[in-house]
Design a protein around this ligand. Sequence first.
Ligand code: SER
Length: 317
Amino acid sequence: MKKILVIGATGQIGSELTMRLRSIYGNENVVAGYIKGAEPKGELAESGPSEICDVTDAEAIADVVKKHHIDAIYNLAALLSVVAEGKPRLAWKIGIDGLWNVLEVARENGCSVFTPSSIGSFGPGTPADGTPQDTVQRPRTIYGVSKVTTELISDYYFSKYGVDTRSVRFPGLISYVTPPGGGTTDYAVDIYYSAVKGEKFICPIAPNTYMDMMYMPDALNACVQLMEADPSRLVHRNGFNIASMSFEPNEIYQAIRKFYPDFQMEYQVDALKQSIASSWPNSLDDSCARTEWDWKSAYNLESMTADMIERLKIKLL
Ligand code: SER
């Protein structure tokens, strides 16, 4: 049976991925790694083991891996794009120095490693529509720079040391569970909260700015499916383009208005968020993921919107 460590288990992805992994591999086999001040709560805390595991502390990672006989690490520690622009050195320390710690522990202990990349790994020189798997990656944000480095150093550890590293380039992730906090794509989560609370939504992203987005259940499937994929089929490793929907602010607004016809949205464009969003692709080509490990998303804008609203009503009202 697999023994898994999730680093960043209380974050946007980690809080849901840890529970999904526990349901697949057994509660006791998935350790929730967290930092002080972000302790697991509720079901996450009660359903299985947890350990303090700061990605910037190599010794702490090694101790947890040895103590729990870990053989797979999901390394989710990162700052999102907007926050990272304000703290570039910290973004690097967590994203890259931290990844280096994880890869070294993985090499010494025979672990596989999943570390997310992102649509943020692309930049203004990248073909924006149907962005190919292998193309120009010259991002202008420290978030993107750290994600390209993540892909390269992860590939390096595979080719040089045989560490089984795999990753996907996540689109903006939308979920009703843990809010993202500090990303460029957060507006596509916030808009649902405003609609369900009956508030007007102030949109920080300009009309006609298309970005890839994905509902969290699809994102969780992608993580598990890629880590379970037959390695002999993998031509690529770090990181795969994955996609399920691409929209601009008015399209998600109109999708929500089908449920809330009186819902109001006003644009107040945030310069930093807009400059980041404009530098990212409009829609990725995910054919390599489809061919190499049978990736396929389940949700589109309509089905995601119906589910988000239903779940947020239960959570908020
Ligand atoms: N959701 C991330 C962000 O906006 C992109 O991967 O920073």
